[in-house]
Design a protein around this ligand. Structure first.
Ligand code: NAP
Ligand code: ZN
Ligand code: ZN
Length: 347
């Protein structure tokens, strides 16, 4: 056992504070990682505040983990001490189901989440990246390309893969009209990745405030959804819309922006879901669908793609002591575009 400094939410809706956890000693297949940086995902806030129900407390959030390998177990073949590595939302899965066998571990019926989950024994809680160290089976550790800054690469482990996976699945690329709904942590990664794939990218944001940023990030067009005219102008326009918004929206309005056979992909997870009118789907044979992070092989593919195209997140680095303030600012939309915790502040 390795006593490890962390920050935890001790209950729903109370501020996070210092906490000590015990990390296991590295087993034969384990990689022990010294955490340097951890991104702050909106899902950390939803779960720390128990907005989805069933949260396990005390909770050490954090699933955009970047650091260096300290040591490896005797059976580890893929990693060695000193390498820069990442850990995302998953630290294990059943490994035997069809999803796991296809490398789509995120759809395993019994995944082990990096935090707010239980280990395979069904009783040991998992703790995330708001901590100085983590020990993870090598099959759930990823290599971060060395040309990327480690702090700005951390958000790729969730925001990056969550947007890369549906862009690949629905074949974003040349000739495809893709809209990114919500320009936050996920949204700004979606814009960078979709434009690197060659798609024609439009940002749909609730106000005009982020217009210049959207263009700088690679979008061709920008529209404010607060303007009713946007919905008239863009009727039947897009092949694919990624909805990254963290609050409830009128999905019917956005389905109307899809061309025939287009897809509205839900990525944001609001507390409540709206109802969908049958005609929104029937007229135009449209799809309303969703996508959850990405499996391990695709996450490595995304990291390599980002390495090749030099894509990282736009970040604001914070010490862990500022985490509660950062949560409030994320909720207000006051972050350009991801907070990343400098874990040195915890050591
Ligand atoms: P974020 O940085 O807070 O971005 C969310 C964006 O939604 C904001 O930047 C804003 O964009 C828009 N928004 C927020 N409040 C709004 C409001 N009241 N009205 C209209 N628009 C609003 O969050 P994130 O980290 O990108 O996460 C986004 C959502 O995805 C969260 O619900 C999170 O839990 C979920 N998520 C899902 C997965 C998955 O696997 N599916 C993975 C990670 C996260 P504009 O200012 O441009 O309108
Ligand atoms: Zn996340
Ligand atoms: Zn499985």
């Amino acid at each position: 056992m390795h006593p490890t400094k962390a920050y935890a939410a001790k209950a729903a809706k109370v501020p996070l504070g210092p906490f000590e956890i015990n990390r296991r000693d590295a087993g034969p297949n384990d990689v022990a990682i010294d955490i340097h940086y951890c991104g702050v995902c909106h899902s950390d806030i939803h779960q720390a505040r128990d907005e989805w129900g069933g949260s396990i407390f005390p909770m050490v959030p954090g699933h955009e983990i970047a650091g260096k390998v300290v040591s490896v177990g005797p059976k580890v073949t893929k990693f060695k001490a000193g390498e820069t590595v990442g850990v995302g939302c998953l630290v294990n899965s059943c490994r035997g189901c069809p999803d796991c066998k296809e490398g789509l571990q995120q759809y395993c019926p019994t995944p082990v989440w990096t935090y707010n989950g239980l280990e395979r024994d069904g009783k040991t809680p998992t703790y995330g990246g708001y901590s100085t160290r983590i020990v993870v089976d090598e099959d759930f550790v990823l290599k971060i390309p060395t040309n990327l800054s480690l702090d700005a690469a951390a958000p790729l482990l969730c925001a990056g893969i969550t947007t890369y996976s549906p862009l690949r699945h629905w074949q974003a690329g040349k000739g495809k009209k893709v809209a990114v709904l919500g320009l936050g942590g996920l949204g700004h990664m979606a814009v960078k990745i979709a434009s690197a794939m060659g798609a024609d990218v439009t940002v749909l944001s609730h106000s005009l405030k982020k217009k210049e940023d959207a263009r700088r990030l690679g979008a061709n067009e920008f529209f404010a959804t607060s303007d009713e005219k946007t919905f008239q102008k863009l009727g039947r326009h897009f092949d694919l819309i990624l909805n990254t918004v963290s609050v409830e929206l009128n999905w019917n309005q956005y389905l109307g922006l899809l061309n025939r056979d287009g897809s509205l992909v839900l990525l944001g997870v609001p507390e409540k879901s709206p109802t969908v009118g049958a005609f929104s789907l029937i007229g135009g044979r449209r799809h309303l669908t969703g996508s959850l992070i990405g499996g391990l092989p695709e996450t490595q593919e995304m990291l390599d793609f980002c390495g090749k195209h030099n894509i990282v997140s736009d970040i604001e680095r914070i010490p862990i002591q500022k985490i509660n303030e950062a949560y409030e600012r994320v909720i207000k939309g006051d972050v350009r575009y991801r907070f990343v915790i400098d874990i040195a502040s915890l050591k």
